[in-house]
Design a protein around this ligand. Sequence first.
Ligand code: HCB
Length: 216
Amino acid sequence: MTKEMFGKLKQAVIEGEPEQAEELATEALAQGLDPLTCINEGLTPGMNRVGELFSTGEYFLPDLVIAGDAMKAALAILEPALVGNQERETPGRVVLGTVEGDIHEIGKTLVGIMLTANGFVVVDIGADKSAADFVAAVKENGATLVGASALLTTTMPEQQKIIEALERAGLRDQVKVMVGGAPVSQSWADKVGADGYAENAMSAVDLAFRLIDAPA
Ligand code: HCB
């Protein structure tokens, strides 16, 4: 039954059915399924499959758009169940965004949801944000952590620009930078001088705790 639900969620993303994805997510919660497992076993594998179909030329851009809409619709239902009770002291404030020239937002949003669920205050500045936007948000919000997402090989260098801009603004000592996104790796993070790399939203939470030196 549980496996069947994950399969249905995956299929709703692959077929780009936002309404169905929303209904299934609602049903999954009503059945008492863990929202995080719904994401990890249903929605994310669905999105990975969409990426494969796009790579092999079987899917086109509109297919990616509706798959993204389906994933977002299900996430909107699952998020409140993940976030839960927020009444403890926050471990830190995080500025999160997707780098300039890159409109992929789902991974970054998922990282934000998981950080929020773990007590962080997340300032999600959105997608296609310049290094200057990141710096301004860090200043405005007194953030101690930045999460920069890049999904395109062509936009990865923007992560380095953010780090350089933080240095120029005299903020680099106060703020840790974690990078992520499908083409990003630990060696890339090392190369651009980031403080850490996270492969997924769960490891981003662990990394965030490690970087701000708080117990996970
Ligand atoms: Co897009 N796209 N896309 N796309 N897209 C990718 C990324 C390709 C890999 C598809 C492919 O070719 N196989 C490819 C990039 C190739 C490359 O550069 N190596 C690609 C391309 C080429 C493009 C366009 C250029 C296509 C075109 O116009 N010809 C265009 C880009 C336009 C632009 O940005 N300027 C484009 C557009 C789109 C949309 C808009 C249709 C849609 C995005 C919808 C949206 O976000 N609202 C889209 C989608 C959906 C994808 C795929 C299919 C899925 C991305 C996704 O949401 N994954 C993707 C294929 C793929 O990645 N497998 C494809 C699910 C999330 C949960 O995973 O990796 O984003 P994630 O995030 C993880 C992880 O990386 C980490 O945690 C997250 C949660 O677990 N993480 C962080 C992410 N950020 C972090 C930050 C941190 O600090 C820490 C951890």
